[in-house]
Write a protein that binds this ligand. Structure first.
Ligand code: HEC
Ligand code: HEC
Length: 216
């Protein structure tokens, strides 16, 4: 009798504690939607991007990729090279997020925004389209997927449906070392090695047009 009432009291106290803990966790858990308010001015309410300031569409990008990029900007793995005006803008924005939990929450919110295909240029000629597809399948699909939708295990993001202007700018950033040259940026370093493998700028444009034109 005594035993069971002590047990009941303990169980009751435990219940109250658990309840309080859950309530605290709820109050303390960062809310991705509210945090996203600080992104809207540049990336738009729906994550559609703003071409005039070269802020890309981010709606529907995988949360693991967004999370990693937010960390990369915050720590200077990305966007810290001299003269990288767009990177500097994004670094300032990333520094407003104060913890891994905040980054994860906003990344999950971004990933949940519906992806929309960017307006993209069709390859102007059939030879270019074939050239783009051949090079993409030979050199890019192993990591970015034959459908261009990315591969989490390899850390490679979706390219399908992205803006060709944005992809081209990132591609040349890898080539020139504006992106991916930081000694701790292992994945960027990989991408740099690949970016050096395309033979000429015509082929680069063909591959990027092809990748961006794949349905997201
Ligand atoms: C002041 C404008 C500005 C604000 C505010 C801003 N961004 Fe950006 N963001 C940019 C620009 C410009 C780029 C392109 C950087 C580059 O070219 O490397 C970018 C790039 C990114 C990328 C990389 C996309 C990719 O495909 O690699 C992600 C992810 C991102 N922003 C997420 C966010 C999130 C989330 C927020 C809010 C917490 C935010 N941004 C706030 C301007 C901004
Ligand atoms: C060995 C794997 C690998 C191969 C092969 C590869 N990539 Fe990547 N790529 C990556 C990774 C990983 C990233 C993300 C790097 C980071 O975290 O900053 C990336 C990022 C990119 C980005 C930036 C996307 C963004 O949203 O900012 C572009 C553009 C790109 N790759 C184009 C290509 C093209 C074109 C090819 C083929 C010529 C290619 N990649 C081949 C692994 C690869």
């Amino acid at each position: 009798m005594l035993r069971s009432s002590v047990f009941q009291r303990c169980a009751g106290t435990l219940g109250v504690l658990l309840f309080a803990h859950a309530a605290l966790a709820m109050a303390g858990a960062p809310d991705g939607r509210s945090l996203y308010a600080s992104c809207v001015a540049c990336h738009g309410k729906q994550g559609e991007g703003l071409a005039t300031i070269k802020a890309p569409a981010i709606a529907g990008l995988e949360s693991w990729y967004v999370d990693r990029q937010l960390k990369n900007f915050a720590t200077g793995l990305r966007g810290a090279a001299t003269g990288d005006a767009e990177g500097a803008m994004m670094r300032a924005a990333a520094s407003l997020l104060k913890s891994d939990a905040e980054r994860a929450a906003v990344a999950a919110y971004v990933a949940g925004l519906p992806t929309r295909r960017s307006a993209h240029l069709e390859s102007s000629n059939a030879a270019g389209a074939t050239n783009g597809r051949n090079y993409f399948n030979a050199l890019c699909s192993a990591c970015h997927g034959a459908n261009g939708r990315g591969n989490q295990q390899l850390g490679a993001p979706r390219l399908a449906g992205a803006s060709p202007e944005y992809l081209a700018r990132q591609f040349s950033a890898f080539k020139s070392g504006r992106r991916g040259a930081h000694p701790d940026d292992k994945l960027g370093t990989q991408m740099r090695a690949i970016a050096a493998m395309l033979p000429d700028s015509r082929t680069e444009a063909d591959v990027i047009t092809y990748a961006a034109g794949l349905p997201p």
